[in-house]
Ligand binder design. Structure first.
Ligand code: ZN
Length: 171
């Protein structure tokens, strides 16, 4: 059972002829005795007439061509950027190949061995760092915990004061 009074949605459906027949009969009977619902119906009718007077916004005649031209320009730009990137990569590969051929295997072996020595040194420093840091942390864990607590207590106190000040300032 639908409600007795017409809301905007039912009034619009009434005007559009979309109410089922029994509901339309009930609405007609109600409209005959309810000035409020007649007012709602008149408002919907006036709105529909005002809207029908507004010309539909149409895109400019060259809208589709303009969009397609911009899409094609964008695709050309992307394609050009890809070609440039491929050319740069190709040039870099060619330069590397020339250097390998010109420098000979000995030059590359020495460069690779220097790179490997650098990696070895980095790994050694990391290992020393963990070898030193782990026992140090284990030995100092009580002091670290105390220092952390010592730093956290004033911080928590300050946060508590800030939050209580914010709570009293809030309306
Ligand atoms: Zn009513």
């Amino acid at each position: 059972m639908s409600p007795v009074h017409l809301d905007d949605e039912r009034a619009q459906r009434y005007l559009d002829g979309q109410l089922p027949a029994p509901e339309r009969v009930r609405a007609d009977a109600h409209l005959a005795s309810c000035p409020d619902c007649r007012l709602v119906l008149e408002g919907c009718r006036a709105l529909a007439e005002a809207l029908s007077g507004i010309p539909a916004a149409l895109p400019p005649p060259d809208f589709t061509e303009g969009v397609l031209a911009r899409v094609q320009a964008r695709e050309r730009t992307v394609s050009r950027e890809r070609r440039v990137a491929a050319a740069v990569l190709g040039a870099a590969a060619a330069v590397a190949a020339v250097l390998v051929v010109a420098g000979g295997p000995a030059a590359w072996a020495s460069a690779l061995s220097r790179f490997g020595a650098g990696l070895d040194a980095a790994v050694t420093w990391c290992r020393i760092g963990t070898d030193v840091a782990e026992p140090l942390l284990r030995a100092l864990r009580l002091e670290i915990a105390a220092a952390t607590a010592g730093a956290a207590i004033p911080l928590l106190y300050a946060l508590r004061r800030l939050s209580s000040r914010a709570a009293t300032a809030a309306p």
